[in-house]
Design a protein around this ligand. Sequence first.
Ligand code: 9WN
Length: 422
Amino acid sequence: MTTDKAALRNLAIDVLKENDQGDYTIPTKGLYPFQWNWDSCLTALGQAHFDEARAWQEIETLFAHQWPDGMVPHIVFHVYSDGYFPGPDVWDTKRPTATSGITQPAVAGFAVKRLFERAKDRALAEEKARLLLPKIDKWHDWFYRNRDPRGEGLVAILHPWEAGRDNSVDWDEAFERVPTDGITPYTRRDTQHADPAHRPTKAQYDRYLWLVEKFRSLGWDNTRLHDASPLQVIDPGFNAILLRACADLAALAETLGETAIAAANRARAEKGIAALDALWSDSHGLYLCKDRTTGRLIDSASLGGMLPALADIPASRAAAIARTIERWSAKVKFIVPSQDPDDPRFEAKRYWRGPVWLVTNYMIADGLAANGESAVAEQIRGSSLDLITQSGFAEYYDPITAEPCGGGRFTWTAAMVLEFLA
Ligand code: 9WN
């Protein structure tokens, strides 16, 4: 593929337009025929480079399906398709437009502030930011009420799909506690669209489904799910994204004169940043997950532990994360692999157990650049664009061979290219 910047930009815009359904964008044709939460928010950053109104629309559509309790679901099933499993019938959340019953990383606050700051159409930006501000605040409040019921300052994910890093090594240990008995027999669709060797295993899918059926049996009542779930993991990446979103929403609210929203989100961010430090691992040079059911840290060095670079962590921690990336980059050709390549559980092509993803590269690079680690940030950007020119707009890439993995013509990958090129 071309290395010419303008040509690459046009190719990325083509991918975004191809997957555009009018007022929301699907991640890729075939494999993912619906709207996904964090995909949409990151996609909007790309869309804003050529159509600001369309970018705002992407996030507005997502928030039109916010639940009355404040949760923003991880999938909105706008138009029926049997091409994806589990579809709306399995979730059975009884929403007016079908949605899943769990959430995803809270990128919206970060994305909306960035859209607002860069907007050329100031009137539109102010109108849309004012509209979205209370909705995002309600979602943040939902997180702390439902996923941090004892007020520790950090929230737990109850399902690996919530973290967005579905089969990460981070969940292996806690997944041991999730049973598989009694689940309804099912047929996977993902392995009909993508190479099964790049996807999660059957043992993992059985557990994904057991959790869905468990939460469904509780009527998707978020006040009951946390304590009933055998999987409660405090993921530093998930929390860091939320903490950055809280800080960004506070700043945006201040600009717009919404002082109560500003104060609430600033308080969430400050409390969470202080609590996050307990997850730091000196030996790995990154943050680790904590299993809330056992109270122990989980010994898995993944990129989830590097995402806190995006939040307001101490500069010494950000510098240590940059050094860890330098160490990892000596072991692979393209960065940032999703797992430490020296970890025996590392798998170069299997989804979130080794491959490089452009969205996480974008967030880590952004955080490191803001922390003065511009050389490593630039190295991540370079690696990302090299992968695109060698292998096209894939879902993820083998960090050793650059082989494109998962789905092709992938929306958020294209959106991140527009960001990296800007
Ligand atoms: C389950 C859409 C989503 C991403 C996730 C990624 C993958 C879904 C799946 O695709 O997850 O939500 O079925 O594999 O892991 O991060 O949002 O692109």
